[in-house]
Unconditional design. Structure first.
Length: 152
């Protein structure tokens, strides 16, 4: 046996959740993302839309840019994105162009998620897994919006 530890989807989603918690601490919508290549986290991101006054500064977009820089490539076909909330249409479109190999998300986004479209926005070869640590991911989002509405 090689001694190489292969980490689970839960393991990497926990890393994404830590990123989402950072966003929550900064009063950003708590979405966190990590990109993994060969069982190693190569990029992390969390929402910065308020901090940067930039509607495109989603966790996924920041992680994509970081991963592309790390690999010196615009393609991420050997990578997996772990994100706490289902990507929006903008992020799914960007993921399409990267040809990412796999997308794993925690909670579905019933208002703005890419799966609301009738046509798949992701690259045809991209594999998708959903509902990984869904309860924990959803709880962070609920906490944020309760706080925003002054109910916490």
């Amino acid at each position: 046996m090689s001694g190489l530890t292969v980490f689970s989807d839960d393991h990497f989603m926990k890393v994404a959740l830590r990123e989402a918690e950072r966003a929550l601490e900064e009063d950003e919508i708590p979405v966190g993302a990590v990109i993994v290549c060969q069982n190693k986290v190569i990029a992390k991101g969390y929402n910065h839309t308020e901090k940067l006054t930039d509607v495109t500064a989603h966790a996924e977009m920041l992680a994509i840019t970081s991963a592309e820089n790390y690999l010196s490539s615009k393609y991420l076909n050997d990578c997996t994105l772990y994100v706490t909330l289902e990507p929006c249409v903008m992020c799914a479109g960007a993921l399409h162009w990267t040809q990412i190999g796999r997308v794993v998300y925690g909670a579905s986004d019933l208002q703005r998620g890419y799966s609301l479209l009738t046509e798949n926005v992701l690259h045809p070869k991209t594999k998708v897994s959903s509902g990984i640590m869904e309860q924990e991911c959803r709880q962070l989002i609920n906490t944020f919006f309760k706080r925003l509405r002054g109910k916490e």
